[in-house]
Design a protein around this ligand. Structure first.
Ligand SMILES: NC(=O)c1ccc[n+]([C@@H]2O[C@H](COP(=O)([O-])OP(=O)(O)OC[C@H]3O[C@@H](n4cnc5c(N)ncnc54)[C@H](OP(=O)(O)O)[C@@H]3O)[C@@H](O)[C@H]2O)c1
Length: 301
């Protein structure tokens, strides 16, 4: 299958392009600034409508995973115009071209479309974003519903993985590096999510597009955790000193954008529908550890 992945240099996209290439998809890995390592690299800015159209004319993808976004939540709050152009208009451009070329579209959305007052959100719960990032992603969801029919909106939550991407490190790797250096860290106790291993998410997404499952799916980890619990489990899995982790309330951290208190996702629909199930946190961390050990052993030999 001819698969176009936007955001292929990112945390999710890089893993997705790796897994899809291994599964013999014909992968086109779209990026903006950082050239991806897997698939055929193709550079364009998603907010440039003409460039998007031209790319689709050239590749004629059968399926598209739209994972490109401005994901820095505080930057979205500060640079609203840029966030709107990339996350909302960029998604409109992709949806429009998918419709024209009858390409099945998987749009990667976020738990941040919810206000976080309730937690364990189901697919049909009403979104109500409390920051600009969440708003631009929700508007992206709406564009897809309006502009195309063959789509899946896949909402994930706190994505992490065994390798850094786009020159930035993810929460799990950042924490492991700090603990390895025996540095103390302050981690919030009053924010709950459903941390999602990028490899698990990549496998679920590929199943969704192979089976052309339409509608909204919460494709996230199967365990609701606060950041502090997540950090402690990471420390335990990697045999690092969890006493270096100090629990703090989120009011002590100076964020620019508001964060939802509990944006954990109910994954029952994905669990019941997919052969690739959302992993529980213990399974996911074991998988992540295995990936890191494999990468290290390849470097040694
Ligand atoms: N990270 C999370 O915790 C999380 C949680 C829930 C949902 N999500 C969603 O999951 C998706 C993937 O997130 P991620 O963390 O993997 O992202 P990421 O690591 O921040 O990477 C973002 C990707 O988007 C690309 N991109 C940014 N601006 C672009 C533009 N104007 N034109 C073309 N490409 C552009 C980047 O390309 P360059 O590197 O080449 O600039 C990069 O490949 C996003 O849609 C995000 O909203 C993320």
């Amino acid at each position: 299958m001819k698969l176009l992945i936007t955001g292929a240099s990112g945390l999710l996209g890089s893993k997705l392009s790796e897994v899809a290439t291994r599964k013999n998809y014909e992968v086109y890995s779209a990026y903006n600034q950082h050239k991806p390592h897997h698939g055929t690299p193709i550079q364009f800015n998603v907010s440039d409508r003409k460039a998007v159209k031209k790319t689709f004319e050239k590749i004629k993808p059968e399926a598209v995973v739209h994972a490109a976004a401005l994901t820095n939540v505080d930057k979205c709050e500060l640079e609203k115009e840029l966030a709107w152009k990339i996350n909302t208009e960029g998604t409109e451009n992709i949806a429009e071209s998918c419709k024209k070329h009858q390409a099945f579209l998987v749009y990667i959305s976020t738990d941040y479309v919810f206000n976080g007052e309730k937690g364990m959100y189901k697919e049909n719960d009403k979104p109500d974003p409390i920051n600009y990032y969440g708003l631009t992603k929700l508007k992206g969801e709406e564009s897809i519903k309006n502009l195309t029919d063959e789509y899946c909106i896949a909402r994930a939550s706190v994505i992490y993985g065994s390798t850094p991407a786009t020159g930035k490190i993810n929460f799990a790797l950042w924490l492991l590096n700090k603990l390895k250096r025996k540095e103390k860290v302050k981690i919030v106790t009053d924010q709950w999510n459903s941390p999602t291993l990028n490899t698990n998410l990549a496998n679920m997404i590929l199943e969704v597009l192979e089976r052309k499952l339409t509608g909204i799916f919460h494709l996230a980890g199967a365990t609701r955790l606060n950041r502090n619990e997540f950090a402690k489990l990471l420390a335990e899995t990697f045999s690092l000193d969890k006493n270096l982790i100090t629990p703090v309330p989120s009011k002590e951290i100076k964020w620019i954008a508001k964060r939802p208190k509990d944006s954990s996702l109910n994954i029952n629909k994905a669990h019941q529908t997919l052969r690739n199930k959302p992993l529980k946190i213990e399974q996911a961390l074991t998988e992540m550890k295995k990936e890191i050990e494999q990468a290290n052993s390849l470097q040694v030999t």
